[in-house]
Design a protein around this ligand. Structure first.
Ligand code: 13P
Length: 285
């Protein structure tokens, strides 16, 4: 089916207590694997391209590829631009068919974050594209965006109502203790904070930094009302590990590149299917 927006794909999440996975991809094999995993679970899915992935593959190439993949399957697929700080790129992505973008003005002060996010919402409206934005600062490293422990800041629930109201966003990324990249020690999620945020807004909430979060923490977040959960690093690591394994297992005379990269699809599909079981989105397509 045709690509759907983030707003549509998250519409029933909170009331039916499930979250839709947002999975980062960097090429054809992992993107196809993510779709394959979601199809195997009859689940909706969000494919996320970072600014780095878009620069690597090409904006039109990403849009065309994922649009084609979505149209070949019967589950709802949303194409999302992840953590974008370049507003020209965001506008180009919206024009070329992305059905969701994340404007990341989280490094800016509150008023600037509101103004810049609202400007993107205004622009996106004409194209029927959804917008996610971030309040607070999720720590760790996401591509070229590095947030040190010292500058990471949890979302203040009191800041949320005005932010959601004035920006007009479709989903809100919250900082409650997860970080991007692998964890150095077990993450400690601030569930009291999440509870306050869920109570204070109806806006669908997004958990970033999903790689390495314990299953029970995921389930608790979803039960409490988390609508979208992002997973990137785990897929990247599995992609690279698979290639290393395939190179080790094949003789030098094997020159068909599909023998090396093809298995990445199944590996990513398996990871995605596992997350879908945890997030509760199986059979929600
Ligand atoms: P991880 O890479 O830590 O899974 O985080 C992904 C993410 O939040 C992308 O926005």
């Amino acid at each position: 089916m045709a690509l759907v927006t983030l707003k549509e794909i998250l519409a029933n999440t909170r009331k039916e207590h499930y979250a839709v996975g947002g999975f980062n991809f960097n090429g054809y094999e992992d993107a196809q694997g993510i779709i394959q995993g979601a199809v195997s679970k009859n689940s909706p899915v969000i494919l996320m391209a970072s600014m780095g992935a878009v620069k690597y593959i090409g904006l039109h190439q990403v849009a065309g590829m994922v649009k084609g993949m979505a149209e070949s399957v019967k589950i709802p697929v949303c194409l999302h631009l992840d953590h974008a700080t370049d507003y020209d790129l965001i506008r180009e992505a919206i024009k070329c068919g992305f059905t969701s973008v994340m404007v990341d003005a989280s490094a800016k002060d509150y008023e600037t974050n509101i103004a810049e996010s609202r400007a993107i919402v205004e622009f996106a409206k004409d194209y029927g594209c959804s917008v996610e934005a971030e309040l607070g600062k999720v720590g760790g490293k996401e591509e070229n965006i590095v947030v040190t422990d010292a500058s990471a800041a949890f979302t203040d629930p009191d800041d949320v109502p005005r932010y959601v109201e004035e920006t007009g966003i479709d989903a809100l990324a919250v900082a409650i203790g997860t970080v991007h990249g692998f964890y150095k020690s077990e993450p400690k999620l601030d569930f009291d904070r999440l509870e306050k945020i869920v109570k204070i807004t109806q806006c669908p909430l997004v958990l970033h930094g999903g790689s390495g979060v314990p299953v029970e923490d995921f389930k608790r977040c979803v039960q409490m009302g988390m609508s979208k959960i992002n997973v990137g690093t785990e897929l990247k690591a599995a992609y690279s590990k698979t290639i290393r394994k395939m190179v080790g297992e094949n003789p030098e005379s094997e020159f068909d590149p599909r023998k090396y990269v093809g298995p990445v699809k199944d590996v990513c599909a398996q990871i995605v299917a596992g997350k879908i079981d945890i997030f509760g989105s199986a059979d929600k397509a």
